[in-house]
Design a protein around this ligand. Structure first.
Ligand code: ZN
Length: 399
């Protein structure tokens, strides 16, 4: 048994604990949180830390395959400029550099306290690494392509890619998902929906206002791009509805659905999702939003609606690091009224719930093995993070 104490222990389920000791079995499972003065705790064996102890973080949105692009993409150019620049650079990057970047990014991510990651794959460049890695990944094989004539080929390719990832993943650890609300024809959405499984679905959602205008009346940059790349298909006239409402018929109501970004989502979007879906999660990737669009989602709107919020890092193409603590620091900087306890729940337990790992991860509850993170350089009296706050994993999770 190991006994750990710090200035504060955040169990996630329950109030922060002071003058307390976290008892952890040698296999990483939590035994419990006890008072320092409990006579059953051998005080000589207590390892004392300065800072906060919390469970391992869950990253619900990442593109590990883009790790090679760290520091290469111009900030603040908008999504359109971002995608163009990325495509141009990708062709010039050798495979060995891509592999090294994937490995280093995962190492750094784990070191910062992330114990499980939902990761998007458009190709197989992360497959070999994931088969060797001990990090927990759920892989989302992503499909897109507006031309219905290619829908069958695109989906078939995704099925093959899914099989490749499944070779080294726990059952249910790979799903085929739509890239975004606007980048697939009905045929592809229906193929995804036809998979007989309980799989998780993730989709990029309302990353900028172009998505809203595309569905409103078929106007704007997304429509222009669609026309440029697919001159033969009929123009899209819009649905007059909001993006997620426009595609909702392709999903079951009880589909576990992760909406990623939500930068321009408004009350009417939240109303629709809460009315239609039983199990929707809203993932924020705030550092990536600032990197690409220089805009943040209306975080308090989601809080006041009782939305289940998770956190993601997005990729190193649009973030300086893959760290959930850095995402929390940014949210706390722009929304100082949100208590740290709540932010840590978004970055731990809520993500674990989305991945279906809440029986193992996300909180310090007896029998779970969520990994233990030490957050250092914190203002303990107010439970606020400082610019210099850091996090590191001191005990790994067991999944
Ligand atoms: Zn993304």
């Amino acid at each position: 048994m190991q006994y750990l104490s710090a200035n504060c222990i955040i169990p996630v389920t329950g109030e922060p604990c002071y003058s307390s000791v976290l008892a952890v079995n040698d296999d990483g499972t939590v035994d419990g949180i006890y008072s320092e003065s409990n006579p059953g705790i051998p005080s000589a064996k207590i390892q004392k830390y300065d800072g906060i102890l919390c469970p391992g973080f869950v990253n619900t949105h990442c593109h590990l395959e883009l790790s090679w692009a760290k520091g290469l993409i111009t900030k603040g150019e908008g999504l359109d400029g971002f995608v163009r620049e990325l495509e141009g650079l990708r062709k010039k990057t050798p495979d060995t550099s891509i592999q090294q970047a994937i490995e280093k990014a995962t190492h750094d991510m784990q070191h910062s306290g992330i114990v499980a990651t939902a990761d998007i794959a458009n190709g197989n460049s992360t497959a070999d690494f994931k088969s060797r890695s001990r990090h927990y990944f759920h892989t989302f094989v992503e499909v897109f392509g507006s031309n219905p004539a290619f829908a069958r080929i695109i989906f078939e390719k995704a099925v093959q890619l899914k099989k490749q990832f499944e070779k080294s993943t726990l059952p249910g650890g790979v799903s085929i998902v739509p890239h975004a609300t606007y980048s697939l024809p009905e045929e592809l959405f229906r193929s995804i929906a036809s998979q007989e499984n309980e799989n998780l679905v993730s989709i990029h959602h309302q990353e900028n206002p172009d998505e809203n205008s595309f569905f409103q009346d078929g106007s704007g940059p997304i429509a222009d791009r669609r026309k440029m790349f697919n001159p033969d298909i009929p123009a899209f006239r819009g649905t007059g509805k909001r993006p997620i409402e426009s595609i909702s018929e392709y999903f079951n109501r009880n589909q576990k659905l992760l909406l990623v970004h939500n930068t321009v989502s408004e009350q009417q979007d939240i109303d629709f999702v809460q009315h239609y879906f039983d199990r929707a999660y809203w993932c924020f990737c705030v550092n990536a939003n600032l990197y690409i669009e220089k805009k943040l989602p209306d975080v308090n709107l989601f809080r006041s609606n009782g939305c289940e919020i998770t956190l993601g890092t997005d990729s190193l193409a649009s973030n300086d690091q893959l760290s959930i603590l850095e995402e929390i620091k940014t949210i706390q900087h722009y929304f100082p009224e949100i208590p740290l306890m709540e932010l840590i729940q978004w970055g731990t337990l809520n993500g674990a719930r989305f991945l279906g790992l809440e029986h193992k991860l996300g909180s310090f509850v007896k029998g779970k093995s969520p990994g233990i993170v030490l957050i250092e350089h914190v203002d303990i009296s107010t439970l606020e993070l400082k610019p210099e706050s850091t996090s590191r994993l001191i005990i790994p999770a067991k999944i």
